[in-house]
Each structure stands twice: as structure tokens, then as C-alpha cells.
Design a protein around this ligand. Structure first.
Ligand SMILES: Nc1ncnc2c1ncn2[C@@H]1O[C@H](COP(=O)(O)OP(=O)(O)OP(=O)(O)O)[C@@H](O)[C@H]1O
Ligand SMILES: [Mg+2]
Length: 242
């Protein structure tokens, strides 16, 4: 049986019945401001605390900003700088993407170089966790939908081969559960977690659902979550009944 990787996120591992299968490639989708970047950061941070090297590929935002936002939201994670210094957490910037934007017109070639550069960084640092934040940045580089789909398939396959468990953040246009529309990459990846914003005009409720996780059973409950100083808190019935 394949081993499980604990995400380290409170409540989420209970919903995942222990964790995610090692080497699974997971889409973390949600609307604007749902907390995709922060949850993905916590996945890398908790991995580092468990001794795993993790790389956060910041394709959209400045790495400094990612670190600053994470420190502000998770004020009890006081050792972020130490883990970065010791190389357990690597926040890799978006030079590749901006270079690709400058050379518009050869998207598949450019994507190839982005992917090989990502893979080089993973291999060089012996990373076992990775985050790509976000797929929208990649979608802007690869405008042809067929090439995009093929490229995402290759990316997931290569990550599996490298023995890396990854989260790819993705935007969804309709963050309400009833309006969900699936995209090709949602079928390509091994797992999918969605962060919803629902409720009425007076109050928005944030909740998370595991849509699929190849090779492993999981909860089908949609569980509310909070972003707290000590990390995400997912209120899964599985965690509460323990
Ligand atoms: N210090 C904080 N304490 C609690 N919640 C915070 C704090 N800072 C930010 N947040 C929440 O986190 C959200 C932003 O999280 P994050 O950047 O991870 O979202 P995202 O889903 O990646 O957004 P985007 O689609 O813009 O990339 C904010 O909208 C806010 O609700
Ligand atoms: Mg984000």
C-alpha cells in the first residue's frame, strides 16, 4: 500500500482519513481570497516541521509578499525564517513566468523550459513537497487549450516520477458549490480540494470539500474552516468525533 503524507493542517488530515497518498498531485481550487495561497503555504510549512523539504513556486506573487502574508496570518509560526534559512522551506520566484511572457508566441516551448526549471529546483533540493501558485499564471503563458491540457498532464506525470507530493492552486470562477464547473486539469490531477465561499449577503461562510483523492478513501462532508494564528482550522465532523 502507498504511504500517506500528513498535510499537517488541523482537521484536514481527519477528512483525508490520515493524509494524502504519497506522490499524489492535488488541485486546490477556490474563489478569490478563499485562502488557497495560505493553505498551500501551511502544507509546505508543516512538511518542513516534519523534516520534509518543500518548495513553494510563487508564479503570481512576489516571494517576499508570500512570506510576509504568511507571517501576518500565522503569527504563531515563529520559525518561518529559520526554516527558510535552513533550506527546509524554499520560496522560488516567478522569473521564469515573466521571461515566458516576454517571449510571447512560442508557448509550448516556453512552458517546457518553465517545467524543466521547476523540476531542476525540486531535484537539486531533494524536495518531497511542492506548491505551484497558481495554475492561472501557467494558463496565461499557454493560451492554446490543447497544449495547456497536454502540458498539465506532463507536469503531473513528471512530479509523480520525481516522488513529490504537490498542491497546484487554481481559481474557480463560481466559488459557490452549486455553480461548480470542472476544467480539464481537474480530471488530470490525482486529487481535488475545493474551497467555497457560500452564504447570503449578510455573511459569507468558508467551507472546504474533498472532491476526489485517487487511491484513498476520504470524507465527502463539506466542512467550514477558519484561518487562525496557528494555521487553518477545518471543522470536520471526523475530527470533532475523535
Ligand atoms: N492575518 C489574517 N488573519 C486571518 N485571515 C487572514 C489574514 N490575512 C489574510 N487573511 C484571509 O486570507 C485571505 C487571503 O488568503 P490567500 O491569499 O491565501 O487567498 P487566495 O485564495 O490565494 O486568494 P487569491 O485568489 O487572491 O490568490 C484574505 O481574503 C483573508 O480573508
Ligand atoms: Mg493566492
Amino acid at each position: 500500500m502507498v504511504g500517506l503524507i500528513e498535510t499537517g493542517i488541523s482537521g484536514l488530515d481527519s477528512m483525508l482519513y490520515g493524509g494524502v497518498p504519497k506522490d499524489n498531485q492535488i488541485i486546490l481550487a477556490g474563489g478569490p481570497g478563499a485562502g488557497k495561497t495560505l493553505l498551500a503555504f501551511e502544507f509546505i510549512y508543516k512538511g518542513a516541521k516534519m523534516g520534509e523539504t518543500g518548495i513553494f513556486f510563487a508564479l503570481e506573487e512576489d516571494p517576499k509578499k508570500i512570506i510576509q502574508n504568511a507571517k501576518e496570518a500565522f503569527s504563531e509560526f515563529t520559525d518561518i525564517d529559520d526554516l527558510i534559512k535552513s533550506g527546509k522551506i524554499i520560496i522560488d520566484g516567478n522569473k521564469m513566468i515573466s521571461a515566458a511572457f516576454q517571449g510571447a508566441g512560442q508557448s509550448d516551448v516556453e512552458f517546457g523550459s518553465i517545467v524543466s526549471s521547476i523540476e531542476d529546483t525540486i531535484v537539486k533540493n531533494h524536495a518531497t513537497r511542492a506548491v505551484l501558485d497558481s495554475s492561472s499564471a501557467l494558463e496565461l503563458v499557454i493560451r492554446d487549450p490543447q497544449i495547456y491540457r497536454r502540458s498539465m498532464w506532463a507536469l503531473a506525470a513528471n512530479f509523480r516520477r520525481l516522488g513529490v507530493t504537490s498542491l497546484l492552486t487554481a481559481e474557480i470562477q463560481n466559488p459557490d458549490r452549486k455553480d461548480l464547473i470542472f476544467k480539464p486539469e481537474h480530471f488530470i490531477f490525482d486529487g481535488m480540494i475545493i474551497m467555497y465561499l457560500s452564504g447570503d449577503e449578510s455573511r459569507r461562510i468558508r467551507a472546504l470539500e474533498i472532491i476526489k483523492m485517487r487511491g484513498h478513501d476520504h470524507s465527502f462532508v463539506t466542512a467550514p474552516y477558519d484561518i487562525t494564528a496557528s494555521g487553518f482550522d477545518v471543522f470536520s465532523p471526523e475530527a470533532i468525533s475523535k
